[in-house]
Design a protein around this ligand. Structure first.
Ligand SMILES: [Zn+2]
Length: 339
C-alpha cells in the first residue's frame, strides 16, 4: 500500500509499505476513505519532536475490509469512524469516559493512518459504524469527528461551555475553530474567538463566534477582560499548547471558571503561586474522542453541523509533502488527503 512516512523533520515521502494484517483477534483492517494532516504532525515536521522514518497520521474514516475472529460489533463493509487512540471501551477509565487514557490505549499514530489501509486494535471498542454508507460530501465531516471535532468538543465540555456562559477560544487552528462550533452547540451565549487571520475569523463566525479578538498574550487577556466587564471568561478553550497560549487561557478565565486545554503541551510550565491565586479549574489532555463519537456522527449524519469546512485544501495522498508545507506555512488550516 501507499503510505506517508516522515524521514526526518521537513522530509515527507509517500512510499510503498506492507499491507496491514490482522495481528490480534480483536483487530480490524480498514480501507481509508480519506485521511488528513494534523496540527500536531507539524511538531516533528518542524523538528520540535523526534522523528526518524516515522509512519504518519492518526485520523481516519473508512470501510472495514477484514476483522479478527473476536470482533463482534462490526462487519466487513461497515463504514467506520475511530479516534486517534484505540481503546477497549470496557475498562473503568473508558467507562468513565476517558477512552484516550484507557489502560489498553494504543496510539493510532504509531501505526500511521495516512495510508491506504490501517490496522485498528480493539476494533469493537475503538470504531463506531455510521448508520449506512455516507454520501461523499459527508466524508470530510466524519473525518473531522475522528480528531479535530472530537477534540474541540471535549475542550468545550471540559471548559463547561453552556447556556449563559461566555467562552473564549485560544487558537484558531482546526481544533480551536471546532471548539467554537462545539461551544455553540452546547448553547454558549457569547463566544470569543482569538484570531488574527481574516479567513479563520470568517469561519469562526460561521461556526458561531460572536466576537473576535486579534490581540495575543497579555494584550489578548486585557481585551477579554474588557469584553467581560473586567471578570474574564467563564470558560476558556486552549487549543495551541505553548507557554503563551496556556498563560493566556489561565489569565483570561475568571476565578471559579473552567479551562479545557487540548493543545499538545510543549515546554509549558505553570507557576504554582499564580495557579493557586487564579482559582480556576483546569481540565484537559488528549481528548477522549470515542466518548463523543456516537453523538457527533449523528449530528453530522443529520446535517446539523458541518465541521468538514475546516478542510480548506484537498490533495491526493501522493502530494502529502505539499500538504505538510501548506499547513506549516499556514497557507492551509487543515489538509484532507484522498486515498
Ligand atoms: Zn479502556
Amino acid at each position: 500500500m501507499r503510505a506517508v512516512v516522515m524521514f526526518a523533520p521537513g522530509d515527507i515521502r509517500v512510499e510503498e509499505r506492507e499491507d496491514p494484517a490482522v495481528v490480534e483477534p480483536t483487530d480490524a483492517i480498514i480501507r481509508l476513505a480519506a485521511t488528513c494532516i494534523c496540527g500536531s504532525d507539524l511538531w516533528p515536521y518542524r523538528g520540535d519532536d523526534d522523528v526518524d522514518h516515522t509512519p504518519m497520521g492518526h485520523e481516519y474514516v473508512g470501510v472495514v475490509t477484514e476483522i479478527g475472529h473476536d470482533v463482534k460489533t462490526l462487519q466487513v463493509g461497515d463504514f467506520v469512524v475511530g479516534s486517534f487512540f484505540a481503546s477497549d471501551n470496557t475498562c473503568e477509565i473508558c467507562q468513565a469516559g476517558y477512552q484516550s487514557r484507557c489502560i489498553h490505549a494504543y496510539p493510532m499514530g504509531a501505526l500511521g493512518t495516512q495510508a491506504e489501509y490501517a490496522r485498528v486494535p480493539f476494533a469493537d471498542g475503538t470504531l463506531v459504524a455510521t448508520p449506512g454508507m455516507p454520501d461523499a460530501d459527508l466524508v470530510p465531516s466524519l473525518l473531522a469527528a475522528s480528531d479535530v471535532l472530537g477534540t474541540g468538543w471535549f475542550a468545550a465540555v471540559a471548559a463547561e461551555a453552556g447556556p449563559g456562559k461566555t467562552v473564549a477560544v485560544v487558537g484558531d487552528g482546526a481544533v480551536g475553530l471546532l471548539g467554537v462550533l462545539a461551544a455553540r452547540q452546547l448553547g454558549a451565549e457569547r463566544i470569543i474567538a482569538m484570531s488574527r487571520h481574516v479567513d479563520r475569523q470568517a469561519l469562526a463566525r460561521e461556526f458561531g463566534a460572536t466576537d473576535i479578538v486579534e490581540e495575543r498574550g497579555d494584550a489578548g487577556v486585557a481585551r477579554i477582560k474588557e469584553l467581560t466587564g473586567g471578570y474574564g471568561a467563564h470558560s476558556v478553550i486552549e487549543a495551541v499548547g505553548t507557554q503563551e497560549s496556556m498563560m493566556q487561557a489561565i489569565r483570561a478565565t475568571r476565578a471559579g471558571g473552567h479551562i479545557g486545554y487540548v493543545g499538545v503541551s510543549h515546554d509549558v510550565s505553570l507557576d504554582g503561586l499564580e495557579l493557586f491565586f487564579s482559582g480556576v479549574h483546569l481540565h484537559g489532555g488528549p481528548a477522549p474522542v470515542r466518548r463523543f463519537l456516537p453523538e457527533l456522527i449523528q449530528l453530522i449524519w443529520d446535517r446539523r453541523i458541518d465541521p468538514g469546512k475546516v478542510f480548506d485544501l484537498t490533495l491526493p495522498i501522493e502530494d502529502a509533502a505539499e500538504g505538510y508545507r501548506a499547513m506549516n506555512e499556514r497557507r492551509a488550516t487543515k489538509v484532507l488527503l484522498t486515498v
